[in-house]
Design a protein around this ligand. Structure first.
Ligand SMILES: [Fe+2]
Length: 240
């Protein structure tokens, strides 16, 4: 076990191990509680950009919650963090002479990168599961369209961030809120996942969790952490 890992004992007696990949890994009991909190909490009042995106996703991939649809969500989810990172690096180029400010901008870069990495683990774990279940995915629907969506979403996040960062953070908060609720609901649709052990080649990188149910509860919780960070930045959007 590496220095950044911690052992948790879940309520069921099963052991879970914290690694750096998850956004603060919870125990089984905490995950159950977090899922119920999410299901009880009303969704945010989504802005126009988010509503258009969700309608597009439902139109192309259907309203049903499938692993393939979640994979598309994860592909798009990384994009705002990439765009913020790029803008922040440009900002450092213009502010490095003012060391305090450059330091704060760099802290924001570091945060964006860790959120991006977290979304990357979600994506890899989903892809692994899709391959294992032998789910068929069309090339256009699950490669071309997601990349086009991600490209447009990147430009939108970038532009909003340059014009008014709070708008870009709000769009991301809406996106992450939607993902948090969708994952929490997905778990309720699959009670059999609580009986299935979570086994993945990425478990050491992300988190060692007792069951597949807990895996998706943890992902839902990660999305909540991302949402909360964006909501905080909406209030102090510049690099203060
Ligand atoms: Fe995610």
């Amino acid at each position: 076990m590496t220095s950044h890992q911690e052992v948790h004992t879940a309520g069921s007696g099963a052991m879970s191990v914290r690694t750096q990949g998850a956004m603060g890994q919870l125990s089984h009991d905490e995950l159950m509680k977090a899922q119920q909190e999410t299901l009880r909490t009303p969704r945010r009042h989504y802005g126009l950009g988010a509503r258009v995106l969700f309608a597009l996703l439902d139109g192309v991939y259907g309203k049903r919650r499938t692993l393939s649809k979640f994979k598309v969500l994860e592909l798009v989810a990384r994009v705002p963090y990439q765009s913020w990172e790029q803008v922040a690096y440009i900002a450092i180029t213009h502010t490095y002479a003012r060391t305090d400010l450059a330091r704060r901008v760099f802290d924001r870069v570091t945060e964006s990168r860790s959120q991006q990495d977290n979304e990357q683990w979600h994506l890899l774990i989903l892809e692994e599961r899709i391959v294992r279940e032998g789910l068929k995915e069309g090339w256009v629907k699950f490669t071309v369209i997601p990349q086009a969506l991600a490209f447009v979403y990147y430009q939108l996040s970038w532009l909003l961030y340059v014009v008014r960062p709070a708008w870009s953070y709000r769009l991301n908060a809406d996106f992450e809120d939607h993902a948090e609720h969708e994952y929490a609901t997905l778990v309720t649709e699959h009670p059999e996942w609580d009986e299935e052990r979570f086994e993945s080649v990425f478990a050491d990188d992300y988190a060692r969790l007792a069951s597949v149910g807990d895996l998706f509860r943890q992902i839902s919780y990660d999305e909540r952490v991302h949402k909360d960070e964006s909501v905080t930045h909406m209030k102090e959007p510049r690099f203060r």
